[in-house]
Design a protein around this ligand. Structure first.
Ligand SMILES: [Cu+2]
Length: 131
């Protein structure tokens, strides 16, 4: 095999192994947010809870949920509980939210110690019919 052919073979090998460990499969293995209620960028009636569903069970006690209004003032939420196998988190909203823009800021930690976080903006409009 001459040098060019050898390099070509190496490149093919590298491409094949990258394909085998592609981003789609590693994404499935790692902790991520699968869905939320309210959904990001949705308009909803005042919610009675914030619900986050993760792709796997985070580290015990590592999940926090903060609800902020348009002025980034913290709105009190109740004690977080979980359901399912421990991957669905519920934060009760004790008050009826006034019409306006809100953000859920969440944070959690995977079993391997990686912290992931995100923000979910949504709008409250009383009288909105949920689909
Ligand atoms: Cu990780």
């Amino acid at each position: 095999m001459n040098r060019t052919r050898f390099l070509f073979a190496l490149t093919g090998l590298a491409a094949a192994s990258m394909f085998a460990a592609g981003p789609a499969s590693s994404d499935d293995l790692h902790l991520r947010l699968v869905s939320s209620a309210p959904e990001a960028d949705s308009t909803v009636a005042p919610p009675s809870e914030i619900r986050l569903t993760f792709s796997q069970v985070p580290q015990e006690g590592s999940t926090s949920v903060r609800l902020l209004d348009h002025a980034e003032s913290l709105i009190e939420t109740g004690k977080i509980t979980h359901s399912g196998d421990g991957e669905i988190f519920h934060a009760p909203v004790g008050t009826t939210l006034a019409d306006g823009s809100y953000t859920v800021a969440w944070r959690t930690m995977a079993d391997d110690g990686h912290v992931i976080r995100g923000e979910i903006p949504f709008v409250v409009k009383s009288g909105t019919i949920q689909p």
